[in-house]
Write a protein that binds this ligand. Structure first.
Ligand code: ITT
Length: 257
């Protein structure tokens, strides 16, 4: 028998609670008793004609608020923290103004985002500033990865420009970098970084992931992040490595979320 997290028979209580990260669920069900008799023997409502069930379930997870508007980052971080943290992003706080990323390092921008958002939102805020550093291009696009092609967040243009800049270059080593800042009440509490080394290939490969993933082959693999998919990427990426340090830091902290 499949049971949900409340230990309730899924055939009787189908699915309502499956996705409720840190949420409280309540449900009232009225249905003819013969349907319930089929589902469960010893039905206390058998013979009443209708059964009324009230189920209240509670699963509270600690909450992290991501200072990002990049849905791909959120999806990756949410997948990596599944079952451990409830993960929200700026989509849940439409009143929060966009933070200008005026820094020239990943840390400066990550600080601006985490502290800026945590001045306006209660709770633990986590920012992610990340990008691709290509050795043959002197570390570009780096902090400017998101707008490398001329338009903020246009991944297709970014990849087109990267391929153009790399034409004829044999030395293709590169790394993804990620710096995360944890902040609360407008103040940084800690920051952590992660990198993953690899190389840039000569044409796009793979549909998964986002950004430069179809051009980046991590060391030790023969395929791009775009081909390898989330399960592998989330084990070795720059983001996974920074996030592991965040989680280790939060675990056991007296005021951890
Ligand atoms: P937020 O500032 O709202 O978090 P953003 O996408 O603007 O979103 P960044 O300023 O940190 O975030 O820029 C990150 C860019 O770096 C991203 O748009 C991609 O071009 C690239 N990038 C970062 N991580 C990546 C990854 O895992 N895979 C592919 N490209 C990545």
């Amino acid at each position: 028998m499949n049971t949900n997290f409340m230990g309730l028979d899924e055939s009787v209580f189908p699915g309502e609670y499956r996705d409720c990260d840190g949420a409280i669920g309540a449900r009232l069900v009225v249905r003819p008793f013969h349907a319930r008799q089929n589902a469960r023997q010893n039905d206390q409502y058998a013979g009443m004609g209708f059964g009324i069930e009230l189920a209240v379930g509670m699963q509270i997870l600690p909450r992290l608020i991501l200072a990002t508007r990049n849905a791909h980052k959120t999806a990756e971080i949410r997948a990596m923290l599944a079952g451990e943290y409830e993960v929200l992003d700026m989509g849940a706080f439409p009143e929060c103004p966009e933070i200008q990323e005026t820094g020239v390092t990943f840390l400066e921008n990550a600080l601006l985002k985490a502290e800026g958002v945590s001045r306006r939102v209660n709770g633990w805020v986590l920012s992610d500033d990340s990008g691709l550093e290509v050795d043959a291009l002197g570390g570009s696009p780096g902090v400017w990865s998101s707008s490398y092609g001329g338009q903020e967040g246009d991944h297709a243009r970014n990849n087109t420009r990267l391929l153009r800049e790399m034409q004829g270059i044999r030395e293709r080593s590169a790394r993804f970098c990620c710096t995360m800042v944890l902040a609360k009440e407008g103040q940084e509490r800690a920051h952590f970084s992660g990198t993953v080394e690899g190389r840039i290939i000569e044409s796009l490969c793979g549909e998964q992931g986002f950004g430069y993933d179809p051009l980046f082959v991590p060391d030790g693999y023969g395929k791009t992040f775009g081909e390898l998919g989330g399960d592998i990427k989330n084990r070795l990426s720059h983001r996974a490595r920074a996030l592991a340090k965040v989680v280790a830091y939060l675990t056991g902290l007296p005021d951890s979320p």
